[in-house]
Design a protein. Structure first.
Length: 204
């Protein structure tokens, strides 16, 4: 099998924290994300290919009102032509908040950002996001969206970091009450979630 290496981004400065998802029905369609500081502030760069990675278009996703930067993006695919992106947004050094974007037209455009879980001052920071969508062929929960993140609490006073999971059952319009995955006595980073073919959800 022939291996290909394609350059996704161009120009300076370098992009970082990359993530990629592929349309399972049309594998030539790909969406990648990364932190992009081209404008001088960290924003979520969205990169789209329609030809298996040979060529890529580039765009910057907007921030919610009042926020000044974003990082820690992740992207996932759902049938038939949906891509969803999670990220960590912040207005300076506080209020770190998990946000979400969705496209239902293979990344032609994405929604305005939706807040999944708000941060509060230097007390709560929701960082290091990850996103998974249920694409299990035998799942009764097909299309459910799961976003995991570090829930850092009491940050200003040497607090701790737990793993949380948020679920949406309506393409990200609303989000259920977050679920605590880890013990508040332990410090955890970068939680991840997977879904099997019948809709069972696994957190790590």
């Amino acid at each position: 099998m022939t291996n290909f290496n394609f350059q996704v981004t161009t120009g300076l400065p370098p992009k970082f924290e990359p993530y990629v998802a592929v349309n399972l029905l049309i594998p030539g369609i790909m969406i990648a994300v990364a932190v992009d500081t081209t404008t001088g502030v960290p924003l979520i760069g969205m990169y789209r290919s329609l030809d298996g990675g040979a060529n890529w278009s580039q765009a910057l996703l907007p921030l919610p009102p009042g926020f000044t930067g974003a990082e820690a993006p992740a992207v996932a695919y759902s049938f038939p032509n949906t891509f969803a992106i999670s990220a960590h947004a912040f207005p300076g050094a506080s209020d770190g908040t998990t946000i979400f974007y969705i496209s239902t037209n293979n990344g032609t455009n994405f929604s305005s950002p939706v807040i999944v879980s708000s941060g509060y001052g230097t007390y709560i920071n929701n960082d290091e996001t990850n996103i998974t969508i249920d694409v299990g062929q035998s799942s009764p929960y097909l299309g459910n969206i799961y976003v995991s993140y570090n829930h850092q609490f009491n940050v200003a006073n040497g607090g701790n970091s737990t793993a949380f999971l948020s679920r949406s059952r309506d393409n990200g319009a609303t989000w259920d009450t977050p679920i605590l995955l880890s013990s508040e006595a332990n410090q955890v980073e970068r939680p991840d979630v997977a879904v099997d073919l019948i809709g069972s959800v696994y957190g790590a």
